[in-house]
Design a protein around this ligand. Structure first.
Ligand code: GAR
Length: 208
């Protein structure tokens, strides 16, 4: 059984996709040990509660400095005894101490086809604003392992999504979620639960 912690900051639709995937058994041999949010008002916490999953808040605002917050975040994850950490819209830079403690055991969903529209400053709606400003015709989402860079870790799965005339950032964000994010994040978790993802020479290999 793969035990996962899901880290969130906002609406939690990707968390919901995982909860629903486990309920529908499109994700098997997996349990959510807990949800951690840096934001006490995140709707994701309500989703966790409604699903009977323990939720905790670890906010930088409650700690005297970044180092203390980083340690508290690591302690919260450690206390859940998990095999995998899933960043599902978690908008906090992952501390190096956590990356060292969980090598190739942290995955992130990013709302673009990496290496486009990623890195520092590209998160949430900003990604879709940049894609529309550049006029690309295909966007998408990526699930990748987290390393010490920003969105630089091994890519596990990607799915393209069409840009349509008249798209606004919000419309495009919704399409990318519906047609890519909510599909590939659960799919990757199921693959990892069944030992089908390995990293060889910084490249993720995914078995069918
Ligand atoms: C998602 O679109 C996710 O890809 C993005 O934040 C949103 C969270 O939505 N993550 C990033 O931009 C990370 N760089 P959710 O809370 O409804 O799952």
């Amino acid at each position: 059984m793969l035990r996962i912690a899901v880290l969130v900051s906002g609406g939690g639709t990707n968390l919901q996709a995982i909860i629903d995937g486990i309920a529908a058994e499109t994700i098997t041999d997996t349990e959510i040990a807990g949800v951690i949010s840096n934001n006490k008002n995140a709707y994701a916490l309500t989703r966790a509660k409604e699903a009977g999953i323990p939720g905790v808040v670890v906010s930088p605002k409650d700690y005297k400095d970044r180092e203390t917050f980083n340690q508290a975040l690591l302690d919260a994850v450690d206390s859940m005894h998990v095999d995998l950490i899933v960043l599902a819209g978690f908008l906090v830079v992952i501390p190096e101490i956590m990356i060292d403690a969980y090598p190739n055991k942290i995955i992130n969903i990013h709302p673009s086809l990496i290496p486009a529209f990623c890195g520092t400053g590209f998160y949430g709606l900003k990604v879709h604003e940049a894609a529309l400003a550049r006029g690309v015709k295909v966007v998408g989402a990526t699930v990748h392992f987290v390393d010490k860079g920003t969105d630089t870790g091994p890519i596990i799965m990607q799915k393209p999504v069409e840009v349509k005339n008249g798209d606004t950032p919000a419309i495009l964000q919704k399409r990318v979620m519906e047609q890519a994010e909510w599909m590939i994040l659960p799919a990757v978790i199921d693959k990892i639960a069944h030992g089908k993802v390995t990293v060889i020479n910084k490249t993720a290999v995914v078995e069918d």
